[in-house]
Design a protein. Structure first.
Length: 315
């Protein structure tokens, strides 16, 4: 375990906080559809990111910092690992004060240090300065978007929440000279609620998405062990191996993992970023036993797509 933590620490310096080609990747992950243009996956409407006006303050995102796990160079950062901290905080603002289902909402994030001064410099992480993940409380809705950096620690983006309910937002970024930070907040969305979807482990880790049959194999399902996640791609019509996956945000793919209680977050990058298939391999460590949802994000033929799986991790 000590060896694994040391390796994870060495790789975490590789990551860089999320943003640069503001695209929106969102999906109702009970299904397998994905939309067309680069950086945008959805099965329910989502707005392209752009500048937002200041709005009513609606929470601070520091509650998940200690419990979050971030992928660095393909690995997950383990709770309690010693590393340089920026002591960052995020002040979240929603233009309407409280978002409404189906309406485009402007979100503003102001990143400060522990003295309340703006943090002004950030490092790129896979072509972005900030990655913002939004999920519904049942993890059925997933959106991966990239806020626009304006100045003085201020990021802005627009998102459309598809239904009423509680959503959790994770902001993932790297202040220059510090470790990767993950800050979160929850927001209540008004309007018509969607039926809750029970989160339960998939019986078989195989999905067909956008013409590809995708299989996921885990080297272990035990918490606290390094787990390799191997995605294997075949053409769904011919059964032939897929060998022409394209870079998505500078790598063969990206994986986001969130625990069923929304307390644990991992953003994992591939071991071989230049891979093109038929395999794409990632490595991380599930910090605790429980149910986790895994979203793999890939690109082929100019189209990005999301592959969701749910797994049960044992003690």
């Amino acid at each position: 375990m000590a060896k694994s933590k040391a390796a994870l620490y060495m790789t975490m310096i590789a990551l860089a906080g999320m943003l640069a080609g503001c695209g929106s990747n969102s999906a109702n992950t009970s299904g397998t559809s994905a939309s067309g243009h680069e950086g945008h996956e959805q099965s329910s409407p989502a707005a392209a990111p752009e500048a937002a006006e200041s709005g009513a303050h609606n929470g601070h995102g520091s509650d998940e910092k200690a419990g979050s796990n971030n992928g660095h160079g393909g690995h997950g950062d383990v709770d309690g690992m010693e590393h340089e901290q920026a002591n960052a905080d995020v002040l979240w603002s929603f233009q309407s004060g409280q978002p409404a289902a189906g309406a485009e909402e402007a979100i503003e994030l102001n990143v400060t240090d522990d003295a309340g001064a703006p943090i002004e410099k950030f490092d790129l992480n896979h072509e972005k300065l900030m990655h913002l993940i939004a999920v519904s409380s049942d993890l059925n809705y997933f959106s991966h978007i990239h806020p626009n950096y304006e100045s003085g620690g201020k990021f802005t983006v627009k998102e459309t929440f598809p239904a009423a309910g509680t959503y959790k937002l994770f902001a993932d970024f790297i202040p220059t000279g510090a470790a990767q930070q993950t800050m979160s907040t929850e927001v209540e969305v008004t309007g018509q609620a969607a039926a809750k979807v029970e989160l339960k482990a998939d019986q078989e880790l195989v999905k067909t998405v956008e013409g590809q049959q995708v299989k996921l194999a885990l080297s272990t399902t035990k918490a606290g062990e390094e787990a390799k996640l191997t995605y294997t791609f075949e053409d769904a019509a011919t059964g032939e191996p897929v060998t022409d996956l394209e870079p998505y945000l500078g790598a063969v793919g990206h994986v986001v993992i969130i625990s069923g209680d929304l307390a644990k977050y991992l953003h994992v990058h591939p071991l071989d970023e230049a891979a093109k298939g038929p395999d794409a391999v990632f490595a991380t460590e599930f910090p605790e036993p429980g149910v986790y949802k895994i979203w793999g994000q890939f690109q082929r033929g100019g189209k990005t797509f999301i592959v969701p799986f749910v797994v049960n991790i044992q003690a």
